[in-house]
Design a protein around this ligand. Structure first.
Ligand code: FES
Ligand SMILES: [Fe+2]
Length: 472
């Protein structure tokens, strides 16, 4: 039996993961209504969650709601430029202060607005200022002196920012966001995600549990089986590693000549005899089939010139170095200055980060392809799936975007995401089979998935905890 890490739970440890011990975990986290119900109490009110990009609330009085499970939070920008967050509920008799209808395809993603001066409850008119103080109660004398500022103000929610994201945490005793992000946050800070802007953002209601959805994007082990067309230009042997709450995946390789610091992420050399050609084909194929994300126009164009600018026998490491230098120059000429990421950070940063509990960020020096998932209603078989692309744009050339509902088709999301969608629904169905013996995650390549369940179990009083498989 394993040493419990937290809360006296029988769970695997971080060391078990570093040792790549073989584990399994039960399917209740994906399938059980009771588990979904327990998430409402044990998970969502206790974790830091990304609300939105900071640039969506640029001005004093800008506000929006963030909704997860049965919780609704109002986040707003105050006159002094700081952010404030409150539970979206009136302390009188519990009406939502801001009406938040269920998310509705094509209609409601979230509720937001500008120029907010106060909140007036629609039921009996109690009123609150932007600090959450109660400023009006009709007939307060009827409470015979019981009402005071403390029991009539809005309930505050912790709010902070990281990487240009607004985060909230409903737990008043939570650790600071910086501590929550830990080493993952420190590494990603080098990529200056806060300077990236939305390129596009889409959402869908998808028929699988939110964990099945995020897991479809956590590991590159599925590339060979799901995105077979990508194998023409690159190998997809992956590694993955836990970083406490969060975890990273990276391309690994059995071939020594392809080992180089610059090739850890999407900007890596292609395979085959002429890496100038395959590097271009690999990045172009990725870019065009992932809805013009996970790379940039600049990188693709610079890669297209490799065959003209370099001799045929250039080693892969030099091809990458040349490609990066010329793309960096092209970007600088149009006003996009790359962050200086030290080589050892580039190496450690890998391909993509799973940020506990419900985000995945595939990052590059000038772009990021990101995912967020949330439960939908009381149905463990449904989720709200969101994906968006960020990019560094020249100042003033950032596109105007908003959340667009997009049915999960190749037309809307690109053929690669459509291939991912084609698995998710049937993973949800397949795991219900009485013939399923339980997951057998790859301890080297799918550690991000295992780490999600390890951390979930720590919040969920041990429910769904992974356990070690007996090894011969
Ligand atoms: S519930 Fe808000 S004023 Fe009565
Ligand atoms: Fe995929």
């Amino acid at each position: 039996m394993n040493k419990p890490e937290k809360f006296g739970i029988d769970n695997i440890t971080a060391k078990d993961m570093d040792d790549e011990k073989l584990v399994t975990y039960p399917t209740e986290a994906f399938l059980s209504k009771e588990y979904l119900e327990a998430e409402k109490k044990l998970l969502w009110p206790r974790v830091w969650q990304m609300v939105e990009r900071e640039t969506d609330l640029p001005n004093p009085g800008d506000w929006m709601t963030y909704n997860v499970a049965e919780e609704s939070v109002i986040v707003l920008r105050k006159d002094d430029g700081t952010l404030k967050a409150f539970h979206n509920v009136c302390p009188h008799r519990g009406r939502q202060l801001i009406d938040v209808p269920d998310m509705l395809p094509g209609k409601v993603h979230d509720v937001r607005g500008n120029n907010r001066k106060n909140f007036i409850c629609g039921f009996h008119g109690w009123t609150y200022d932007l600090d959450g103080n109660n400023t009006f109660i009709l007939d307060p004398q009827d409470w015979k002196g019981y009402l005071n500022p403390e029991n009539t103000c809005l309930s505050e929610v912790k709010v902070d920012t990281w990487g240009g994201y607004i985060y909230i945490n409903m737990d008043p005793d939570c650790v600071p966001l910086k501590e929550w992000m830990g080493r993952a946050g420190e590494i990603l800070d080098h990529f200056e995600v806060e300077k990236m802007r939305y390129k596009w953002r889409q959402w869908a209601i998808y028929p699988c549990n939110w964990k099945v959805a995020i897991e479809a994007f956590l590991e590159p082990y599925h590339v060979a089986g799901t995105h077979t067309q990508l194998l023409a230009y690159g190998d997809y042997y992956a590694l993955s590693k836990q970083y406490g709450l969060h975890s990273v995946s990276s391309y690994d390789t059995r071939e020594e000549k392809f080992k180089m610091s610059e090739s850890a992420g999407t900007t890596r050399a292609g395979k085959g005899d002429d890496a100038r050609v395959s590097t271009y084909e690999l990045i172009r194929e990725n870019y065009e089939t992932v809805n013009f994300a996970a790379s940039t126009e600049t990188l693709v164009n610079a890669a297209s010139r490799l065959v003209d600018e370099l001799p045929e026998d250039t080693p892969p490491a030099e091809i990458i170095a040349h490609w990066m230098a010329s793309a960096k120059k092209d970007d600088a000429a149009r006003g996009v200055i790359w962050p200086e990421v030290p080589p050892e950070i580039m190496q450690e940063s890998g391909l993509a980060w799973g940020l506990f509990p419900n985000q995945n960020i595939l990052h590059g020096v000038t772009f990021a392809l990101c995912y967020r998932v949330r439960p939908y209603g009381d149905d463990p078989d449904k989720c709200i799936f969101e994906s968006y692309a960020l990019e560094r744009f020249p100042e003033g050339e950032e596109p105007e975007t908003e959340w667009v509902y997009a049915e999960p088709t190749g037309e809307n999301w690109g053929s690669v995401l459509a291939q991912d969608f084609s698995n998710m629904e049937f993973v949800q169905k397949g795991m219900k089979s009485s013939g399923f013996r339980g997951p057998l995650p790859n301890p080297h390549q799918e550690q991000k998935v295992i780490n999600l369940h390890r951390n979930l179990a720590n919040f969920m009083d041990g429910r769904g905890a992974p356990s070690l498989l007996e090894e011969e």
